[in-house]
Design a protein around this ligand. Structure first.
Ligand code: IPM
Ligand code: MG
Length: 354
């Protein structure tokens, strides 16, 4: 298992260090794990003047899987756009062809009270959001800021999806639904956008290959509302890049904390980049208070999707459950009566439980 480790910025290095402890424990049990480090985001800019340095690209292309912390920080906010940390993230996703982004929103029974929604609305919640990750308005051309003939300036982007892009991610969505509750809800804005009308047409066509899946369609504004009204109606949500970005942040809060959510970004051959859904949280970086569980759970997803080791994935997930049952909580999921721990202590507890 050749894993490229990209700690990135902010809390990235601290949370990744905990996930690496988990990998090292597994290596102690006999797994052949090779870890190699490189810079991404602001760390790449600082080390090599590029948020996605060539050395990082080379390492990531050669690896079986990539483990990423997070990118971004205030000190980079005024750099020209190509140098910003987020560009490093977008370029590695695009460069590795990671078009299928899986963001599970799972409510652990121990954390139902940490959600901002009533416990009965979220208890038992298990949604998989599949976000297309290398197309849409994120990458569409042309884009820019221009001055019109009358002297007025305008900003513009292009929302765009090719048929092949929709087809391949739709297939991934139906395949995931087959292994779960056999329900797929495709989210779009087909009442307004041509891109979405086309998206819906292609998804309906792909559905012919999966007659056992119950396919539904929902406009994105309604989906945003339904996610907080009755989130348990969803099984798999399939959506484009920008809608998926927004809905996955919303769904994360159903689970109590975005600090609990892992993600997998896969190419057509199950090579993947694994990262927590949360960002680099520069305000709490270096304080040893960040929640490392989303990153550790991302390692579980890596074992499941890239290395086809469901057994190890479940072992890691069980270890996370165990520390929650023991009452250990980082600040983001803390409630009275529990034991507040820092990032390192949480990582150590997971390794012990493993
Ligand atoms: C995410 C993030 C990124 C995105 C940013 C940091 C570019 O919000 O992974 O959801 O918009 O995709
Ligand atoms: Mg986002």
């Amino acid at each position: 298992m050749k894993i490229a480790v990209l700690p990135g910025d902010g809390i990235g290095p601290e949370i990744v260090a905990q996930a690496v402890k988990v990998l090292e424990a597994l290596r102690g049990d006999g797994l052949k794990i090779e870890l190699e480090y490189a810079h991404l985001g602001g760390a790449g800019y600082d080390a090599a003047g590029d948020p996605f340095p060539p050395a990082t690209e080379k390492l990531a292309l050669a690896a079986d899987a990539v483990l990423l912390g997070a990118v971004g920080g205030y000190q980079y906010d005024n750099l020209p756009r190509p140098m910003r940390p987020e560009q490093g993230l977008l370029r590695i996703r695009k460069g590795l062809g990671l078009f299928a982004n899986l963001r599970p929103a799972l409510v652990y029974p121990e954390l139902v009270n940490a959600s901002s929604l009533k416990p009965e609305l979220v208890s038992g919640l298990d949604i998989m959001i599949l976000r297309e990750l290398t197309g849409d308005i994120y990458f569409g051309q042309p884009r820019g800021i221009r001055t019109m003939d009358n002297g007025e300036r305008q900003g513009f982007d292009t929302m765009l999806y090719s048929e092949s892009e929709i087809r391949r991610v739709a297939h991934v969505g139906f395949q995931i639904a087959l292994k779960r509750g056999k329900k797929l809800c495709s989210v779009d804005k087909a009442n307004v956008l041509d891109t979405s009308m086309f998206w819906r047409e292609i998804v309906i066509d792909v559905a012919k290959d999966y007659p056992v899946i119950e396919l539904s369609h929902m406009y994105v504004d309604n989906a945003a509302m339904q996610l907080v009204r009755a989130p348990k109606q969803f099984d798999v949500i399939l959506t484009g890049n920008i809608f998926g970005d927004i809905l996955s942040d919303e769904a994360s809060m159903l689970t109590g904390s975005i600090g609990m959510l892992p993600s997998a970004s896969l190419d057509a051959h199950n090579k993947g980049l694994y990262e927590p859904c949360h960002g680099s949280a520069p305000d709490i970086a270096g304080k040893d208070i960040a929640n490392p569980l989303a990153t550790i759970l991302s390692v579980a997803m890596m074992m499941r999707y890239t290395f086809a080791r469901e057994d190890i994935a479940q072992r890691i997930e069980a270890a996370v459950r165990k520390v929650l049952q023991q009452g250990l909580r980082t600040g983001d999921i803390y409630e009275a009566g529990m034991q507040k721990v820092g990032c390192t202590a949480m990582g150590d507890a997971v390794v012990a439980a493993l």
